[in-house]
Design a protein around this ligand. Structure first.
Ligand code: ADP
Length: 249
């Protein structure tokens, strides 16, 4: 369960990216985060794994007070959260397997990961993750030899190898050919259904959100303006979300 209360973020330059957000997400949900560009969607996801430090408010994920974590406790929390970036964030000159194995780094002292001393368990998890994103046979390929869509699948496999309790995906299809969106979202949905892991995905194409998500959170100017099942989205609501005419919840 994720419980966010009164979450606000003001960046050092004075930009208010989030304002008083309150939301609860039960375990196993598949949530699309929608809204105009600049609405605060990415900042919201980044606060959930502390890539961005909140200015105010509380974030609980499971039994952890995420907003208050630091040092080793923050590292332990982060290894349970898979974060998928628009630009993949892979090490281009390393193999698919090495990139996916790096999802296990949070479970070992740093020197061990640096020396490549992964355990058999790590390798089994990594190989299974590579299979489940459809890249079996590509384990030894260098990432820079892969297409963009394949690279994003490597990034998803790396997140899966973390054995996460939560996956956050920040417009994972944005730098790909639109035809690949279904592949990426399909992999995330299958994983959500098979493992019961909560997935939050920032999606700017509403039609995709409707096809894959169970629930929608809509942001406007840093405020949460809609929170409900995807089935309750209709033309009028969609127009109001994108026209910015809904009140903050
Ligand atoms: P979205 O993901 O909905 O496009 P963002 O969360 O990226 O929105 O951004 C919300 C607002 O915060 C925007 O006005 C954006 O320009 C601003 N913002 C994002 N990151 C920073 C930053 N590091 N410093 C200053 N302003 C930022």
């Amino acid at each position: 369960m994720i419980e966010v209360s009164n979450l606000s973020k003001v960046f050092p330059d004075g930009t208010r990216a989030l304002a008083g957000v309150n939301v609860t997400v039960p375990d196993g949900d598949f949530v699309a985060v929608i809204g105009l560009s600049g609405a605060g969607k990415s900042t919201f996801l980044r606060c959930l794994n502390r890539l961005v430090d909140p200015s105010e408010g509380a974030i609980r994920v499971g039994d952890r007070d995420v907003a208050g974590l630091h040092g080793r406790q923050l590292q332990h929390y982060r290894r349970t959260v898979g974060f998928i970036f628009q630009q993949f964030n892979l090490v281009q000159r390393l193999s698919v397997l090495d990139n996916v194995l790096s999802g296990r780094l949070g479970y070992h002292p740093t020197w061990r990961g640096l020396l490549g001393l992964y355990t058999d368990h790590d390798r089994e998890l990594a190989l299974a993750a590579i299979r489940s994103v459809g890249l079996a046979g590509k384990e030894e390929a260098r990432v820079d030899q892969l297409s963009g869509g394949q690279q994003q699948r490597v990034a998803i496999a790396r997140a899966m190898a973390q054995e996460p309790q939560l996956i956050l995906a920040d417009e994972p299809m944005a730098s790909l050919d639109p035809r690949l969106s279904d592949v990426i979202l399909g992999i995330l949905r299958d994983y959500n259904e098979a493992k019961g892991v909560t997935v939050l995905v920032n999606i700017h194409v509403l039609d995709l959100a409707k096809r894959y998500a169970k629930r929608v959170l809509a942001f406007n100017k840093g405020a949460l303006v809609f929170d409900g099942p995807v089935t309750s989205l209709d033309d009028e609501l969609e127009t109001r979300i994108y026209a910015g005419s809904l009140e903050a919840l």
